[in-house]
Write a protein that binds this ligand. Sequence first.
Ligand code: PLZ
Length: 450
Amino acid sequence: MSTVTQGGPSLPQERRVVTEIPGPKSREMFARKQAAVPPGIGTTLPVFVTHAGGGVVVDADGNSLIDFGSGIAVTNVGNAAPRVVERVRRQVADFTHTCFMITPYESYVQVAEKLNEITPGDHEKRTFLLNSGAEAVENAVKVARHATGRQAVVVFDHGYHGRTLLTMSLTAKNMPYKQGFGPFAPEVYRVPLAYPFRWPSGPENCAEEAAAQAIDQINKQVGAENVAAVLIEPIAGEGGFIEPAKGFLPRIAEFCRANGIVFIADEVQTGFARTGDLFACEDEGVVPDIIVTAKGIAGGLPLAAVTGRAEILDKVHVGGLGGTYGGNPLACEAALGVLETIEADDLVGRARRIGEVMLPRLRAIADKSPIVGDVRGRGAMIAIELVVPGTREPHPTAAGEIARRCHAEGLLVLTAGTYGNVLRFLPPLVMPDHLLEEGLAILEKVVSEI
Ligand code: PLZ
């Protein structure tokens, strides 16, 4: 049993499997979870966590797992990162809440100033804060509709934007996100995404053909003059870490500019150094009119942001935006700690390095294993897509089996994808090299045994 009393980066950076996974204590708590929590709240790996930090998650039975998930791309700076802990500790003793709309405080303004400075584009910007990715996406759409006086929102195949009524309607995949939860919000239109691995005429034609089809559908089926916003993830996250073919994003952004449409980048999963840039849009120099962020922004405290052109955000009347908790002082302090850490520890560089270690290893695995159809991603947002050997047919059971076997070995990996056949890797950016290598070795062994 571990005698650890504190999490964060001082936790032993080791994989340690001392019981079956899940162990007896976790199994006991999982039985209680099943009696107390509805099954709609699923579980990827039923180990109950007591501590986490650096590249590991420690469970109630004393197992230390290598973390290739970061709580779905949230703990980019690591769990219980020192600058986050210190700021939140101080804040919690000073005051916990006033409601920024009632009596404001400086940390909210500091977060807004910082996001206005570091997000793509040097135009004048404004930022307002919310609690979750879905809430921020909804607010971005509200603002775009208000500013343009138009109603239609265009989204893409394989897109994921949340689970509220509007964002569920914006999300592409039916199971598990939409099944039985209709009716959905109106004025949402879906167009093709440039998905290189699955583009019928080949990846070399993907960007141009997909953009032409998307634009044609918008013009013919909706009318560009009716479109308030085009909303896209610069790398589709839940959809399977699909990097749109190069050229697609700039082409869509240009179409928006030419037609007075607000181009919204959903960087909830890709943001804050994850992809080896501070924001994934930077890779092709795309400057969104509005950028939505969450997850990695505050190291695990609930915070999200809408950052955009001043002339768009300033259009909304006084009191038209807000919420009780948006930009809570603890979450704002955490965000300031995250931003300091990204800069001080060069986590953008660290994310690139993680990609440089992972991609060649995974490509070598793919060369040996016909079950791995594609290896893709940037920085520390990397995935493999599993197929029935010799075909492009999705192989979700293989993805599930590989994930299960990795979990049993003490490596936490997540699945994703419209077809459920993608394994995605999102290590905290502070993961030490030796754990990264050990995780990849486990993956290599498990894939070779499938
Ligand atoms: N936009 C791009 O990835 C959240 C979903 C987990 P919230 N992705 C993880 C699940 O199964 O519910 C996400 C995202 C993108 C929006 C969201 C929504 O962010 O903070 O979960 O609301």
